[in-house]
Write a protein that binds this ligand. Sequence first.
Ligand code: SF4
Ligand code: SF4
Length: 348
Amino acid sequence: MAIMTRNFNSVDMSDPKAAALAVKRAALEMGADVVGIGNIERWANAPLQMDPKQIMPECKSIIGMVFRVERGSLRGVEEGTFFSNYSAMGYGGLTYIYMPMTVINLSKFIEDQGYEAIPMGHQSDWRAIDTYGKLKPNYSRPVRPGQACPDIMVHLRIAAYLCGLGEIGFSKMFLSPQFGPRCRVGIVLTDVELEPDPIYDGPQLCNRCMACIKACPGQCFDPENTVKVNLAGHEVEWAKIDENKCNIAFRGAEHSGKEQADPYMPESDLVPGEWSPFYHKPKNLYNTGQAVCGSRGCTRACMISLESRGVLQNNFKQKFRRRPVWSVDWEKPYSPEKSGEEEKFYVD
Ligand code: SF4
Ligand code: SF4
């Protein structure tokens, strides 16, 4: 018996419409929940450090894919009993295992037909710019005059918007009409010409209800201060978010203002906030999974709001929030040994 291999050049990609259909079918079969396409011209005004053409100058199309975060993976943090599932399955694992598998497989499908494809299903951990878009000092330098500093960061939420997959909400979260903010985005850059999808113009998703802003445990948003951008001729606006505040709050911490002998995170004045039940920040899961806040404002509150308005396609038989929001009173002592409750917690 002879060796077996993949079928090369089996799909005619010369017609952009037929090629787009083939690529979309493949993306869904490979695990994407939604797929859309943007032509590279939509990135014409991208800043140098976020310009996909800096990575692939011959890029013609960007394929955007939405991957849902299962609503169930937020259940444990909503109930306050099982926090690791969202950080593992809905965050780190999705970003570093599931999305890479899909975008790699889709890229292989495209390369089988003789076109180059760059799979991008991860965060830009090596990027040259910080969360405020400024170049990190002494980090990297351009390898040729006029080029960007490595690494480029293609803005995934903006890419999803430019691929026609949904809106960017007031929270700066990408909102898909299927899942709202309960999703992540992967993309593939390719030099094959694919028929683009129109920019999303469906039912309005974000109605400025401000639920995200009110429920954010770190009070990270400044709704009076907004960012306005023009994306492929469309004005998009979101509230300014203090990324440094989020960086602390999403891990379950808050500043106490004084050095702690046994801080929540090493060498700091950080203590657990009322939205964390942990004495110390638990270890990261799948590289980046440490979302102790369970995206209380920007995902859960927003999702509840969108679901209650009936604007999402992935709707459920039961509402998400079924019990009052919990909070931890860190002033109050807790010792299961003394209260005799210890044996209730486990079996040998
Ligand atoms: S919670 Fe309301 S204001 Fe915030 S992004 Fe969602 S829909 Fe928009
Ligand atoms: S991740 Fe948490 S702390 Fe950060 S903006 Fe969202 S709700 Fe606020």
